[in-house]
Design a protein around this ligand. Structure first.
Ligand code: SF4
Length: 65
């Protein structure tokens, strides 16, 4: 799995980081950072939850492993 963020869509509201703080972080300038683009299997469900929580639909999950 690979986590991909479309930064043109992201507005830095931090909802993904609230759901999955091990995967996403929003800095003091409201810039989102993906902490782990290729998370281990233990975090896949959280990554999916974060993608669904994003109101901008900015997070894509690529399934190739
Ligand atoms: S939830 Fe979506 S819009 Fe909000 S910070 Fe995360 S990727 Fe960006």
């Amino acid at each position: 799995m690979r986590v991909v963020v479309d930064y043109n869509l992201c507005d830095g509201n931090g909802l993904c980081a609230a759901v999955a703080p091990d995967l996403f972080e929003v800095d003091e300038d409201d810039q989102l950072h993906v902490l782990d683009e290729r998370p281990g299997a233990a975090l896949w469900d959280l990554a999916e939850d974060a993608a669904q929580a994003c109101p901008k639909m900015a997070i894509s999950i690529e399934e190739q492993r």
